[in-house]
Design a binder for this molecule. Sequence first.
Ligand SMILES: Nc1ncnc2c1ncn2[C@@H]1O[C@H](COP(=O)(O)OP(=O)(O)O)[C@@H](O)[C@H]1O
Ligand SMILES: [Mg+2]
Length: 275
Amino acid sequence: MFELREVSRVFGRKAAVDSVSFAVPSGQMVGVIGRSGAGKSTLMRMLNRLTDPTSGSIVFDGLEVSALRGSALRRWHRDCAMIFQQFNLVPRLDVLTNVMLGRLNYRSTTMSVLGLFTREERIMAIAALERLGIEQTALQPAGTLSGGQQQRVAIARALMQQPKVLLADEPIASLDPMNAKIVMDALRDINEREGITVITNLHTLDTARAYCQRIIGMAGGRVVFDGTPADLTTEAVNRIYGADGAIDETMTSTSINPVPAYKPAAAGALMPAVN
Ligand SMILES: Nc1ncnc2c1ncn2[C@@H]1O[C@H](COP(=O)(O)OP(=O)(O)O)[C@@H](O)[C@H]1O
Ligand SMILES: [Mg+2]
């Protein structure tokens, strides 16, 4: 369970995130939507502690995330994986090494600096790549892959962390529709099979509707909607995006082919990572 209590982040005199409170039960797949500048990325970065809140508290399973320091913060960066719009891989390193870097917070700095990975870590990395259908790219420099493949490498790296939570900041904003679907399907699969909580910022409404059991809408740093896709009426959409005709094609267009609506995972589904 993730609990946010009146979380704010101020830059200068402007509150990028303004007194946000909500709770996310473990295993939920949540989509966060809103206009550019609404505070989505800042909120996500605070959950991962890439950004510190100015005030308020963030608690995960009783752990006060917003107060962590030193090795406890390092452990949190391991438990809370994050993927980004621009993938954040090391382009000149091969794909396998990029994936193994997901183990960084599990090992000594010396071992990491020397690039020494164990046989188990290699096997684990190859299994993660196989699961995402890109094992054939293992020895290529990550920078030579297509965007869709690079995002799948980033997901494989996140899986190597064996995280409790997976955060994704606009993971498909740079991808074509086919790759967007592959990446969203992979996030859903991780949510359903491992029961990992997934919280993702999304720039298209239809993707949030199709993949997320819960949608949080932000405007001006505040939560202005929190409900199911079915609750997301035209009135609610106007509250999130503004009723001034600001809803343009990029927000509502079908960026992904229709997919079945969210189905809760079977209770206790903890399957081995086999594709
Ligand atoms: N590091 C920063 N310094 C100053 N202002 C920032 C910083 N990060 C974000 N902001 C501001 O906070 C607001 C919310 O930004 P952001 O969280 O990136 O929104 P979104 O991801 O919804 O587009 C914006 O007005 C943005 O300019
Ligand atoms: Mg953003």
